[in-house]
Design a protein around this ligand. Structure first.
Ligand SMILES: [Zn+2]
Length: 134
């Protein structure tokens, strides 16, 4: 004999309904219909994070040489990253690498490399030879 809990939380009710074929179709349809509402918020969030990073890099003083990094530092790092990715793709055709950009700013005066920490909104010296997360 099957025993049921007389007091089921509403989440359990919804979860048991979503696993039915009709529930899955309705769930996917609701998700697709909500995409035009979700995507602007997601892209706005990404744009805002990018602006925050650029502002932090532009305001930071290089700990190595004392010069202000400026927006040029981010451009130099992005160019170097793009070049490394193109090189990686050329040397490993057909392989999709999971590589993260760890250098977000390079001082144009002394070449010091910095990594942006999004949670702390801070720049730290990038460790040498770290191109992937462990
Ligand atoms: Zn410097």
């Amino acid at each position: 004999m099957e025993t049921t809990n007389p007091i089921r939380p509403w989440r359990a009710e919804i979860a048991s309904w979503v696993v039915t074929p009709i529930g899955q179709i309705v769930f996917v349809a609701l998700f697709l219909l909500s995409l035009p509402l979700i995507l602007p918020f997601v892209s706005f969030g990404a744009w805002k994070r990018s602006k925050r990073q650029t502002k932090r890099i532009a305001q930071t003083i290089c700990v190595s040489c004392g010069q202000q990094l400026g927006i040029e530092a981010e451009r130099i790092a992005d160019e170097k990253w793009l070049k490394a990715m193109q090189e990686n793709r050329k040397n490993n055709p057909g392989i999709r690498s999971r590589i993260y950009q760890l250098v977000h700013a390079i001082c144009q005066n002394c070449g010091a490399e910095y990594r942006y920490l999004e949670d702390d909104d801070a720049l730290v010296i990038a460790e040498a030879h770290t191109t992937t997360y462990p």
